[in-house]
Design a protein around this ligand. Structure first.
Ligand code: ZN
Length: 348
């Protein structure tokens, strides 16, 4: 197949709000990298930050850059050994590109590589007709799982990594924050055998969506309802065994720390920005075990994702909107409205 030299891509062209649809050169894969024909992509909260050009983006993003990191597609070229992958394979990929040389990388802890670069953040992204990805990062798509779901494996991986950081079977689990990753984390904890999963948010829209994604999960709007009443009603008398902080909001963190059981375990994924605080006395006297979560474990989290979906976990309802890439503007507006789950852009 003769590959084109030019392609359409969504670019952070200038250091100001917005994203631009432009024509650019098709990238050439360096040795050890593959060229992917992109089929589906999903918009991440990170992309929205870049779109809005907030303080974090201004500090971290160099323009011009193709944005995006959540995708699935088909390999059209491999430079060097395929390491089990071949042209024509359907793939998705880990969005963190690690160095392979540091102490953590050499000890099977690649997700903790201090030299990690992010696709679509610190290197060219995948919101394009073609993109290059290291062969090491590729993950082969199982035919029993849909293309749409593979395009959200990156955020699903955040959810799985967080939700399965501590044993949840027969435990009471509190998830603060019902963004798409929070909802998926609650669904994973429930599917994996938690006794009660309580999911909090301050938007009823997102809590309604979560009922479709994770039936059986107890939802509560903490703006209008009291979590203590819900806990009493469901016999969660001593607090939660496991807490997953997915909101990145001070109020979410406070609620979580306050309602943990003594000796409970807390996983933190939500990003707080500058100036967040924690009640350390509650951590110390509550003997809490706290773990920060970054990315996905390579590649045990990916095995867990495949396994959960093949075992029958139904993640389809988290995808609420399917658009063509030329409608990206509408996609970002939906993300900004928070009246959506995952928004997929098709590149066919
Ligand atoms: Zn490393």
């Amino acid at each position: 197949m003769k590959l084109p030299t030019k392609m359409k891509a969504l670019i952070k062209k200038e250091a100001k709000p917005g994203i631009w649809l432009e024509e650019v050169s098709v990238p050439k894969p360096p040795y050890g990298w593959a060229l992917i024909k992109i089929k589906k992509t999903a918009i991440c909260g990170t992309d929205l930050h870049i779109y809005k050009w907030d303080e974090w983006s201004q500090r971290n993003i160099k323009t011009p850059m193709v944005v995006g990191h959540e995708f699935m597609g088909e390999i059209v070229e491999i430079n060097g050994g395929g390491n089990g992958f071949k042209v024509g394979d359907k793939v998705t990929a880990e969005g963190h590109v690690v160095c392979g040389q540091c102490q953590n990388c050499r000890c099977e802890r690649q997700h903790l590589c201090p030299n990690t670069k992010g696709i679509g953040v610190s290197m060219q992204g995948i919101f394009a007709e073609y993109a290059i990805v290291p062969v090491y990062n590729l993950w082969k798509c199982d035919p029993s799982i849909s293309d749409d779901l593979y395009s959200i494996f990156d955020p699903f991986g955040n959810a799985v990594h967080t939700a399965l950081s501590f044993p949840v079977v027969a435990k009471n689990v509190l998830v603060t924050g019902a963004g798409p990753i929070g909802i998926m984390a609650a669904a994973v904890a429930k599917f994996a055998g938690a006794k009660n999963v309580v999911l909090t948010n301050t938007s009823d829209w997102r809590l309604e969506l979560s009922k479709k994604v994770c039936p059986g999960v107890l939802t509560i709007n903490t703006k209008t309802h009291n979590i203590e009443d819900l806990m009493k009603k469901h016999g969660i008398d001593n607090g939660f065994d496991v807490g997953l902080e997915m909101s990145g909001a001070q109020s979410g963190l406070n609620l979580l720390v306050k309602n943990m059981m003594m000796g409970g375990s807390v996983a933190l994924l939500g990003l707080f920005g500058e100036g967040a605080t924690i009640d350390w006395d509650k951590v110390i006297f509550g003997a809490l075990n706290i773990k920060g979560i970054y990315g996905r474990e390579m590649f045990s989290t990916w095995q867990q994702m495949d396994s959960l979906l093949r075992a029958g976990m139904n993640l389809d309802p988290i995808i609420t909107d399917r658009l063509h890439y030329t409608e990206f503007q509408k996609g970002f507006e939906l993300m900004e409205s928070k009246k959506c789950g995952k928004v997929i852009l098709s590149w066919d």
